[in-house]
Write a protein that binds this ligand. Sequence first.
Ligand code: CP3
Length: 334
Amino acid sequence: MNSLKEILINKKICKSVWFMRQAGRYLPEFREIRSQNQDFVNLCLNSELSSKITLQPIERFNLDSAIIFSDILLVPYALNQKVEFLKNHGPKLETFNLEIFLKNDDLKFTEKLKPVYKAIEITRKKLNKEKSLISFIGAPWTLLVYMIGAKQNKNEVDLNIINKKKDEISLVLEKLINYLCLHIENQVRAGADVVQIFDSWAGLIPQEDLNNFCYTPNSKIVEFCRKKGIPVICFPKGIKKKYKDFISLVKPDGINIDYNIDPMWAKENLKDTVIQGGLDPKVLLLPDEQIYSNARKYLDAFKGLPYVFNLGHGMLPETNPDKVDRLIKFYREY
Ligand code: CP3
């Protein structure tokens, strides 16, 4: 069994490292492919290239796990909502249309995402058996924020839109959960061993809505994974001390802490789950000694516990790959 699964399933204490957004713009070999593929969605749907990009950081750094190169927004794309990635603008989605959304069905959804599953098959064949292949989904709330155009800027969502349409939103969330479970099942059938759920905008949910928009949808998906025997890691970014409630309510196999969570607090408060990540990706922009001392804070805190080394959010595009290489060496020698 590979190290990530050993840690998640058997709570074995062993070394395992991978990074969120390990395949991406900080790698010159990715930028090379990207420069010849202007349309990001099409790039994600090119199974051969997607597999090649997935393996780039494995070849360069010999990481313990690969995460399939895709995007959380391929789910709205597969649900017939046009998705574009504009240069320096982030994602742009066509205006949400409930009627179109409700006309979707499982078969058509799976058909549109076949290239992703094919990329997983190709990658699993090429990837060393000792290494895990991680699949992922965006959590229902995080997808909804993009789908209904509620995302205003980096740190805000338009709660007016949300409050005006609460019934419609409950319906959309419910349907999304089903499609997301199907997407997980399809990815695992194609060869993925673990799934990570990215709830990147969980921190923007008002306290009184956390149950409806965060804990319950994540729970339903985690419950589905448990029934199917799929190890699952959750990442409810930005919910601060509510990470504790999240763990007791959702009970995932693993939890990725974000860079605002104090590792000592996490050790005391997030029991009965495997902790992953935490290191601020901005730390990788500092001189080496500061990178090591920051990494040491996490490694010291989780000594003697099952812990997966990773970041507290995705790798920044301005990261120097040589620093990533040295951080991995530091971790392996620690
Ligand atoms: O982690 C990996 O290496 C696997 C691939 C992966 C991508 N996106 C590729 C990507 C994963 C796991 C994601 C998840 C994702 N996508 C999230 C959740 C994680 C997080 O960062 O909070 C979110 C919110 C998205 C939506 C998204 N996709 C945004 C906001 C953007 C544009 C802005 C940005 O940060 O780049 C993307 C584009 C995207 N997805 C890129 C990559 C490598 C950059 C594309 C480019 O070359 O322009």
